[in-house]
Structure formats: C-alpha cells, structure tokens
Design a protein around this ligand. Structure first.
Ligand code: SAM
Length: 443
C-alpha cells in the first residue's frame, strides 16, 4: 500500500522538537488541545482511571498522555485528510445511527462511530433494541438551573426516594476507542496524541453533521463537556446522590437516586473513583479544572474513614469461604463486619459504590442462612434500594417482610440453596463496568 502519510518525507524527517520546547509552525488550522486541561466527562460509575471514560474525546490519545500542547508539522492537515479517506474507504470505521431498525417512533437516536463488526454484534444482541425505560409519572423530578460557582447543575423539584429511576437518556454520540492513527515513528507522544485528537475531531464532525438540528445544537452547545443532553449537566461530588448505569439493550443511561434526595437538593454524580483520599481525588479531578468542595472534601475525618474501609476485607472474600464452611469465621464476625462497613459507606455518602451491594448482599445472605428473618429483611430493604445493580435478586421485595412466605421457602434446603447459588454465582462479584460492557462492542 502506498501510504503517503507513512512513506512521505516527513516519516523520515528528524524527530520534531518535544512538547517541552515547541517549535513555532504556521497554524495547521485544527484545534490545539491541552490534554491536561481537557475535560473528560464520566457518567456515574465508570470513571475508574483514564481508560474508563466513554464518549467522544475521552478515548482519544489518552494512552499517549501528552504533557503539553503539541506542535505538528506544516501541511500535516492534508495528510490527515488523506488518511481519513483511507480509513473510510477501507471500512476501518463504521458510522451509523442507533437504533438501526425498529426504532421506537419518537425516541432519540445516537450517532455512533464503531469499529467494523461492532454494529453486527449489537444487532445480534437478543431483543436489541428495546424501547427506552419510562419513569413512573410524567413530570420530570429534576430541573437544570444555576448551581452556585459551578455553572449549571441538576436539582430535584420534589423529594426523590433512594432507588428511584430519575431519568433515562440515549447519548448523542458514542465513539469506539483507539481509532487507528498511524504517525511517523519519529513523532513525540504529544504529537501522536495531538494527531489522534485532530483525526477524531474530523470524524466527529461527520457524525455531528448527521444529527437532527435539535441534537446538533444540544451537542455543540455542550462542546467538549458531554455526549448527553441532560447527564452532562450533573456536577460532581465525592459523596454523590445519584448514579448513572449504562443499559446496552435500550442503548441508554439510567440515572438512579442512591439515597433519599430532598426537594431543591442538587443531584450529583461521581466523575472519578471516590474510594480514594481527598488529595488523590483532587489530583484526578484536575482535567475538569475545578477543586471539589463537597462535604467529604471539607471533612477532615473523611480520609481516615475511607482508608479504614479500604483496609477492611471486602465481604466478597469473606462470604464464599463462610458459605462453604471452609473457614472458622463466626457468624457474628461477618455480620459485624457488614454492619460496620455499611456504617462507613453511609456516613461517607458512598451509596453509589459497588461495595454497598456486596455488603448488603453478604448481610442478607448470612442472615438468611442463619434463619434470622428479622435481620435478613432489614438487609433486603437495603438491597431493594440499590436495585440498579443488576445482580440484586428480582424477587427481593418478597423478602422485605420477615413474616413473608419467602422466608419459609428460604428456610428449606431448597430455598437456601437457590439463594446461595444465585449470590455465589454472580451476586458477590463486581457487576461489569460500562467499559467492560462497551469494550465487547467497541474495541
Ligand atoms: C459535566 S459538566 C457539569 C455541568 C456544568 N456545570 C455546566 O454548566 O454545564 C462538568 C463541569 O462542571 C463544573 N463542575 C462540575 N462539578 C463541579 C464541582 N463539584 N465544583 C465546581 N465545578 C464543578 C466544572 O467546570 C466541570 O468541568
């Protein structure tokens, strides 16, 4: 293949100056990104590290972390345009609109830039696409308005109960990561990353162009700040009161309340892993260009509590050993552990983390196995409030009343066996992250 971009004179040119000593070159007419400053928008649970971001610019070039704005050689834009034509002609990327067929009339659609094969995988999912999940009640429980010192934010218009589905939303744009960007080997990491971003910008422009006028306007007015009309308005907190979960079959995000929310309270998501210390969290928040002042960041005792939680053994490890009677752990030890860990999680406002599910499931299972319906029903109550975790048993409501028949069945060998298998097989593991779900389709 005669690839002028790879075989041309620049491929053999001496290394360009590193980003630390940028060479002034005439403008190449594309946006220059300062990668350290670029906002990466995470919707809820998925922002573990730089690789776990989704959305239009979030995969781009982050494997090649640049230190500063990179200068690229004059005339490079023409080569990039040539390369893009090759990428498109050879079918190395697929531009499509989801849902492809059987779209439910009137539902929003998502512009997608996929790798070859992803579209077919998606179409092959049993039942894909399903209509978006509707909230109970017509009136939205939230409104977007000024959030002091944070631009806009999302606020509750009424009290919202823990576990309530607040909204579901299809993103405006979904882009597979690591789009192919060959560059001369002599280029620095910063230049490679810059080139990858420029290429992405061009590919995105085509996708944005395919959107309806309304979606285009919504997308453009959010700029780098999001791929969702509504979800991109949620501000961050290290003690968030909502979580956003990706649902592949409906191709949409579901936003749930993780604890009770009062009328007028601001709704917040976590942009970064919140198990970290205050200093580590603020380091991770740097690309978003703000310093977090949430209740945990201001509480001098918070770090010690979160560190304590990290030190404690996750129930995921204790329970299987206890269940199979391979350990001599006392029942009371496990229940104390569950209660104490839950106390810290609630005190820290960390109801959105997966550990909340693991602890509640462990508490429930241990009490069930011990035939302690009173305490099991209290843990079932917690599980019922975190039902956005897909492993929460569908029939958890039948365990809310300690006098329920479910406990009689549960007392029997068979009932306990079913519950044990259900939890041991899937419940006590981390549910798949958005990244894991998406990678099957988008990588
Ligand atoms: C996804 S947007 C959130 C919506 C945004 N406030 C708006 O007006 O569209 C992310 C940006 O909001 C601001 N932001 C989010 N959370 C914040 C917080 N806890 N404190 C200050 N600014 C915040 C930052 O500017 C951040 O880059």
């Amino acid at each position: 293949m005669n690839h002028s971009f790879l075989n041309g004179p620049k491929a053999k040119a001496p290394a360009l100056a590193s980003s630390a000593t940028p060479v002034a070159v005439p403008s190449i007419g594309t946006t220059k990104y300062d990668l350290d400053k670029m906002p990466r928008i995470d919707c809820g649970e998925f922002p573990i590290g730089k690789q776990k971001n989704i959305g239009e610019l979030r995969y781009a070039g982050f494997s090649a972390q640049a230190d500063a704005i990179a200068e690229l050689p004059e005339g490079y834009e023409a080569e990039l345009a040539f390369f893009l034509r090759v990428v498109q002609a050879k079918g190395m990327i697929v531009q499509t609109t989801v849902p492809f067929v059987n779209a439910v009339l009137g539902e929003p659609t998502t512009e997608c830039i996929f790798h070859p094969g992803s579209k077919e995988v998606l179409m092959g999912l049993p039942g894909f696409p399903q209509a978006m999940v509707k909230r109970i009640g017509k009136k939205s429980p939230v409104v977007v308005k000024e959030a002091s010192g944070m631009g806009l934010g999302v606020f509750a218009t009424r009290g919202i109960k823990a576990g309530e589905l607040i909204l579901s939303e299809r993103p405006l744009l979904v882009v597979g990561h690591s789009l192919p960007t060959p560059v001369p080997l002599s280029w620095t990491r910063a230049q490679t990353a810059q080139c990858s971003l420029d290429q992405r910008e061009k590919i995105l422009a085509v996708a944005v162009d395919r959107m309806s006028d309304e979606d285009k306007a919504a997308y453009l007015c959010r700029g780098l700040c999001g791929v969702c009309k509504m979800i991109s308005r949620f501000n961050h907190s290290c003690s968030p009161n909502v979580t956003a979960k990706w649902n592949m079959i409906t191709f949409s995000f579901h936003v749930f309340a993780v604890r009770n929310i009062a009328a007028d309270e601001e709704l917040t998501l976590q942009y970064i892993p919140i198990e970290l210390s205050t200093a580590e969290r603020n380091e991770q928040l740097k690309p978003y260009d703000f310093v977090c002042t949430c209740r945990s960041c201001k509480d001098p005792e918070s770090d010690a509590r979160r560190a304590e939680l990290n030190r404690r053994c996750p129930p995921t490890i204790i329970i299987p050993a206890w269940l199979t009677r391979k350990s001599s752990l006392a029942d009371s030890h496990i229940l104390n552990e569950c209660r104490q860990q839950m106390d810290i999680l609630e005190r820290e406002g960390m109801e959105s983390v997966v550990r909340c599910f693991n602890v509640s499931a462990a508490g429930f299972l241990v009490c069930l196995a011990m035939g302690d319906a009173d305490r099991a029903s209290a843990w079932a109550g917690r599980l019922a409030r975190i039902r956005w975790v897909q492993e929460v048993p569908k029939d958890i409501d039948s365990f809310l009343d300690p006098k329920s028949r479910a406990y009689k069945d549960g007392d029997s060998e068979e009932g306990l066996d079913v519950m044990t298998r259900e939890f041991a097989a899937m419940g006590l593991q981390e549910p798949p992250s958005l990244e894991e779900l998406m990678s099957g389709l988008l990588v």
